[in-house]
Design a protein around this ligand. Structure first.
Ligand SMILES: [Zn+2]
Length: 73
């Protein structure tokens, strides 16, 4: 009888933990971006890069300084 109560208690705790975790998974995560990340196409090769990582050149944006040199020289 004692073990049956312990088993029921363990099942209740497991069920509560799963319910709590499922509710938490539905909430938006604190660190996740709320708006889409802006992507820009490289003027040399067309590769899409994150806007803040793109290299700004005289005639467009580039994925790297090497492609900026190749395209603008
Ligand atoms: Zn490129």
């Amino acid at each position: 009888m004692k073990y049956l109560l312990l088993l029921l208690l363990a099942l209740l705790i497991a069920w509560q933990w799963r319910t709590h975790r499922a509710a938490k998974d539905r909430e938006p995560k604190a660190g996740s971006p709320q708006r889409p990340i802006e992507m820009l196409a490289c003027s040399h090769c067309g590769t899409h890069v994150v806007a803040h990582e793109a290299t700004q050149g005289a005639s467009g944006v580039y994925c790297s300084a090497a492609h900026q040199r190749l395209h603008e020289s």
